[in-house]
Design a protein around this ligand. Structure first.
Ligand SMILES: [Ca+2]
Ligand SMILES: [Ca+2]
Length: 206
């Protein structure tokens, strides 16, 4: 009888050891995701100098400063959001970042905490929509999206319009929530067979 008790205790102990020592599943970023992060980098390189730096959002903001119908308050709001996006998410408080370092940073964020990474991407695109949605109606009109693209150095209007229509807008408007879910898919989805509006647009050379 004692032997059986000892055997049971041993098995319980062994099971605990195995449980404690089991390695947590390592989530590695797929080559498909890394390829998309490189496209994300290029998307943000507004001045096309091959680096991401504060010069990129400055160029973006200067485009809007030249427009008569953008109020001082709108510019102030834009600058505040852009500063946060760049310093917190894109540059991670560096003055500039290379493509390789950007990909390494995203990989490290993704692999250390996938849920936190999803949240980071959600905050990124939500803030972006706050920048683009100039009239704050929670929708992006064609002119709002096109201004955003041109201000960001993506000057091929035909391709920018293709991007707009790929969202299948209703009444010529893209709901902000659709933009947010589409970008989250782009920056976090590693299943290649899933449709991806941003990936398709960037593949076409937007
Ligand atoms: Ca740049
Ligand atoms: Ca709007």
């Amino acid at each position: 009888m004692n032997c059986i008790i000892y055997a049971v205790l041993f098995l319980c102990f062994y099971a605990n050891v195995v449980t404690v020592e089991a390695e947590p599943e390592q989530i590695k970023a797929s080559s498909y995701l890394i390829e998309k992060w490189k496209q994300w980098y290029k998307l943000n390189d507004f001045n096309h100098d091959g680096m991401l730096s504060l010069a990129d959002p400055v160029l973006f903001e200067n485009y809007f400063k030249g427009l008569d119908y953008i109020s001082d308050q709108q510019l102030k709001n834009m600058t505040k959001r852009m500063d946060w996006i760049w310093n917190t998410i894109v540059l991670n408080n560096n003055t500039d970042i290379s493509k390789d370092d950007f990909v390494d940073m995203m990989s490290q964020r993704y692999e250390s905490d996938k849920i936190a990474f999803f949240e980071l991407v959600r905050m990124y695109i939500t803030e972006w929509c706050g920048v683009i949605d100039l009239n704050k109606d929670n929708s992006l009109s064609k002119s709002e999206l096109l201004m955003d693209m041109v201000a960001g150095g993506h000057n091929d209007i035909t391709k920018d319009e293709d991007l707009f229509y790929s969202f299948q807008p209703r009444n010529d408007q893209i709901p902000v929530h659709k933009m947010i879910t589409s970008f989250i898919r782009f920056a976090t989805e590693d299943v290649e067979s899933k449709s991806d509006i941003f990936k398709n647009a960037l593949d076409s050379g937007v």
